[in-house]
Design a binder for this molecule. Structure first.
Ligand code: BDR
Length: 296
């Protein structure tokens, strides 16, 4: 079982990703690190993570407070405040064997801060799975920018350039993995408490998508980062060089991934430091079947 550290901003689909990881015998979730993202209030995000862990009967998993974009009087709840999320990630990567898998379901601030504390992070903890960005799908916070990258493009630029063996759950596969109302109904009817819980929390997500014109259902964003590790055969991965547009705010291109897909038979291979992989095709039916079985 591979130890896993999840950096997250829960979040409805973050919670589903967390439950999926907890339900997976291949993974040993050892810590949850909170990063601003879906909310600026990291205390609320930490509370959400603690509630999901408690629901799953896993209060033993520590929650570390991480990057916040505004400083609020944190209640801290039961979160572990002895180390910041970035300090914890750096510490775990230095001392755990086998090295943990890093899974990021939020802006990459925690990982970038950990990288400043430990520049050898990509050697110590090479495997990074992250939800964020888009290659050819339209964006969700700008014409071509996605929220997790768009909320901290500088962090994303540092992390992409650092040399992690990175798998990117981008909108190119998270939207085509769309969960239909029919699928969510099957989740609701699962014979365990997780099904109805997921159904309840996805009511809000579904409604939010309906307000922008989608006709029911929801994309499968954050769980895809976990699925890329569990079921890589469901995806077609391409290794492409990438940089991130960090034009000063406000700029329509800020947070856009510049993915160099030129390639071609005579092109030189990407430099060895470029280890970022993008999935451009997903077997959505296989994803749905697996997800239902695993949550069930
Ligand atoms: C990302 O933003 C949040 O809504 C989701 O949790 C996901 O991490 C998708 O752009």
């Amino acid at each position: 079982r591979r130890p896993v550290i999840i950096s997250t901003d829960p979040g409805i689909d973050d919670s589903i990703a967390l439950l999926l990881a907890l339900a997976s015998p291949e993974l040993d979730v050892r810590a949850v690190c909170i990063n601003f993202g879906s909310l600026h209030n990291t205390s609320q995000l930490a509370q959400n993570a603690l509630d999901v862990l408690s629901f799953a009967g896993r209060e033993d998993i520590p929650v570390f407070l991480g990057a916040t974009s505004v400083q609020l009087p944190a209640s801290g709840a039961h979160a572990n405040t002895s180390l910041s999320a970035a300090e914890f990630i750096a510490h775990a990567c230095r001392s755990w064997h086998p090295a943990p898998l890093l899974v990021s379901l939020a802006p990459l601030t925690n990982v970038a801060l950990a990288l400043s504390l430990e520049p050898k992070l990509p050697e110590l903890c090479p495997d990074l799975y992250l939800m964020g960005g888009t290659v050819i799908e339209p964006g969700n916070v700008g014409p071509m920018s996605e929220a997790n990258i768009g909320n901290d493009p500088e962090a994303a630029a540092r992390v992409f350039a650092a040399g992690f063996e990175t798998k990117v759950a981008s909108l190119d596969v998270t939207r085509p993995s769309w969960l239909s109302p029919d699928f969510l109904g099957k989740v609701r009817d699962l014979p365990n408490p997780a099904g109805p819980f997921i159904w309840e929390i996805t009511r809000f997500y579904e409604r939010a998508y309906e307000t922008v014109g989608y006709e029911g259902g929801m994309p499968l964003h954050d769980p895809t980062a976990v699925l890329l590790h569990l079921k890589p055969e469901f995806y077609q991965l391409h290794r492409w060089p990438v940089t991130v547009d960090t034009s000063p705010f406000p700029s329509v291109s800020r947070g856009v991934l510049l993915v160099d897909r030129r390639g071609g038979p005579k092109s030189p291979p990407p430099p060895a430091s470029d280890k970022v992989h993008f999935p451009m095709h997903v077997d959505a039916a296989a994803v749905h079947e697996f997800l239902l079985a695993r949550i069930g």
